[in-house]
Structure formats: structure tokens, C-alpha cells
Design a binder for this molecule. Structure first.
Ligand SMILES: Nc1ncnc2c1ncn2[C@@H]1O[C@H](COP(=O)(O)OP(=O)(O)OP(=O)(O)O)[C@@H](O)[C@H]1O
Length: 333
């Protein structure tokens, strides 16, 4: 019977859902707005994100997955079910297979609960897969060959670095430093340097429009608004690429360090392949200006940004589900 298998990138910053034959059908921030008094979920996704930093006392906008781990399991489960229900799985002809890609560091108990939540939402068979592997597949790497492929997946909460060969991870590292932490560093820099408080959204705007992690490669400026810590009044200042580059030096160095550690542990034959093929960057954090140049300089290997880096995991789930199909069909024959 016609089936529409579903792949889910359950990320710290965003949730993406890929449906076989349709492509990516949902892409929303991993945010849930709740009533603090009743515990009731008010909004999920984009609507909830608009509320971050702008809610009255009784409403809270939560990111249930923080730093690449599940900070609030019940809310994560509610969010997952909301998104699956939104794409109306129950309206599909047959119950779909689901492949979910969740943070690398979650516990066995959490894995089981995520599987159960997906099954309850209409999944026939639910698989969980490791994020860097799926990201590499989604970026078009031939990870099933006996050769070394290196991927650096810079998400919202974590950066996962992995060398893969013959379909499996050979060496890997995961650090809690990625796109969202860059926002926090920028926020803290503005606080320290200008004695001004800004919101998460403003910090992210600075990261996207002004920041760079590669010295002298970007010369932008932006007027930003916040609250003066001394007078308590609204204030506007101008920030420049050069100062943000300095503020992001340390966090960027942590990502470089994780990649170096992986290369140091990689068997020499696979290292040779990586020199030929280059390192592929995936995840939204990989779009931070200059990170490809910084890594290329530090690792002494070519570094390439994947096409649509934020979509790699979701696309990868689609490709992997087709492979599962092929394996299962072979078993039947
Ligand atoms: N143009 C851009 N420039 C810089 N950063 C960006 C850009 N677009 C998105 N980002 C950042 O990408 C991050 C989100 O990436 P992504 O959606 O891949 O994370 P995730 O998969 O949800 O997280 P994780 O892998 O940690 O679970 C956010 O920090 C966001 O600010």
C-alpha cells in the first residue's frame, strides 16, 4: 500500500519534518508557550517564538530542548505530538514509518519515550538515528563507502563532529557550543561593553547580519536597541563586525578544538580521504560568517558549506528511510 514515510529533525532550535514524496513540509522553531499557572500549552512553534522575551508574567515561552539535551521532557513530547498532528499523519493511507533524529546525548529512557510519543501520534515503526550521520547523508556524502567522510554539524545547542566510513561513525566529538551560544556571547558582550541589555532575538540578528568569526572578512554595522542598565531607559547603539569577531573568538575556538580532536583520533587512511574530499559543514550554525574559512585555516583541509545547511538532517532522514525500505524489501525477497 502507498505509504508516506516521515523523517523528523527534532532539534534544539528548530523542528523539521520531511515526508516521502513531498519534501520538507514543516519547519518551525522548537518553542512552546505555556500558561505557568495551569501548565496548559498555549502555542507551539513560530507563534510561540514570537512571544520569547515578550510574555506577561503568567505566560512562559520555553525551549524544551536546551544545549542539545531534553531539558523538559513533557513539553518536548507535547511539542512533537503537536507537530506530527499538524501534518495530519492520520489522514495518510497507511501508517507511516518514522525516523527521528534527536540530540546525541539523550538517555535511553528519553529515547524510549520519544519513540512512544511518535507511535501514539500515528507512527507504525519508529527509528531513532544519530544526528551527524543523518546530516552527512543529507549533505550528499557517500558514507556507506569504505572511505573517510568528515562532517561538522553546528546546530543551535550542540556541534557534532564525526568521521564516518561504511555507514558508521568511526570517531566523534560533541560540544555544547553552537549557534545559540553565539547569541548568548553577543548578548553578554553588549552587556559588558555598553552596559546595555538586549534580547535573544536582537543578539541573533547581530549574529546573522554583522558577526563574523574570520578576522577582517566582514565590515558591517547595525543599529540595535535595548535597555540601558544605568538609566533603565531604552537606548540605541551601533555595533560593528570587528568587535563581534573579537567577542566570538573563544566560542569559535571551541568548535575548532572539537574538530581537531576528532582528526587526531582518526585512522591515517581515513585522514587521507578527508584531505581529498574536504570537511562538510551542516546545521544553521554553520552559516555564521567566516566559520568555513576559520576551520579550513586551522585544520589544514578543504572545508565546504553544505547546500541548505539547515535542511541537511531533514533531507537525510528521507534518504535513510528509503534505504531502510530497500533493506526490508530485500529481506522479504
Ligand atoms: N544566516 C544565519 N547565519 C548565522 N546563523 C544562523 C543563520 N540562520 C540560522 N542560524 C542559526 O542556526 C541555529 C539553528 O540551527 P539548526 O536549526 O541546524 O539547529 P538544531 O538542529 O535545531 O540544533 P541542534 O542540532 O543543536 O539540536 C540557530 O542558532 C540560528 O540562529
Amino acid at each position: 500500500m502507498f505509504s508516506r514515510d516521515i523523517g523528523i529533525d527534532l532539534g534544539t532550535a528548530n523542528v523539521l519534518i520531511h515526508v516521502k514524496g513531498k519534501g520538507i513540509v514543516l519547519n518551525e522553531p522548537s518553542v512552546v508557550a505555556m500558561d505557568r499557572n495551569t501548565g496548559r500549552v498555549l502555542e507551539v512553534g513560530e507563534e510561540a517564538r514570537r512571544m520569547v522575551g515578550r510574555t506577561p508574567g503568567n505566560i512562559e515561552a520555553i525551549r524544551p530542548l536546551k544545549d542539545g539535551v531534553i531539558a523538559d521532557f513533557d513539553v518536548t513530547e507535547a511539542m512533537l505530538r503537536h507537530f506530527i498532528d499538524k501534518i495530519n499523519v492520520k489522514g495518510f493511507f497507511s501508517k507511516p514509518k518514522m525516523l527521528i533524529c534527536c540530540p546525541t546525548n539523550i538517555t535511553k529512557v528519553e529515547q524510549k519515550a520519544i519513540k512512544e510519543a511518535a507511535e501514539k501520534s500515528g507512527g507504525k515503526k519508529v527509528y531513532l538515528e544519530e544526528e551527524p550521520k543523518v546530516a552527512a547523508v543529507g549533505a550528499g556524502m557517500e558514507i556507506y563507502q569504505p572511505s573517510g567522510n568528515m562532517v561538522v554539524d553546528i546546530g543551535g545547542g550542540t556541534t557534532d563532529v564525526a568521521v564516518l566510513s561504511m555507514g558508521n561513525i568511526v570517531t566523534a566529538e560533541s560540544v555544547k557550543m553552537a549557534g545559540d551560544k553565539f547569541d548568548v556571547e553577543i548578548l553578554q558582550y553588549i552587556k559588558k561593553e555598553y552596559k546595555m541589555l538586549i534580547g535573544e532575538r536582537t543578539a541573533e540578528d547581530i549574529k546573522v547580519n554583522v558577526a563574523t568569526v574570520w578576522k577582517d572578512s566582514r565590515h558591517e554595522q547595525m543599529d540595535i536597541r535595548g535597555r540601558d542598565m544605568v538609566s533603565g531607559l531604552p537606548r540605541t547603539i551601533t555595533v560593528y563586525s570587528e568587535e563581534v569577531e573579537k567577542a566570538l573568538r573563544e566560542p569559535a575556538a571551541m568548535i575548532v578544538q572539537a574538530a581537531k580532536q576528532v582528526l587526531e583520533k582518526t585512522p591515517p587512511e581515513l585522514s587521507a580521504d578527508i584531505i581529498d574530499r574536504g570537511v562538510i559543514l551542516t546545521g544553521g550554525g554553520a552559516m555564521v560568517h567566516g566559520i568555513d574559512q576559520l576551520l579550513a585555516e586551522e585544520l589544514k583541509v578543504p572545508v565546504l558549506l553544505a547546500e541548505d545547511p539547515m535542511d541537511c538532517v531533514a533531507k537525510g532522514t528521507g534518504i535513510m528511510l528509503e534505504n531502510i525500505d530497500k533493506i526490508e524489501r530485500k529481506k522479504i525477497v
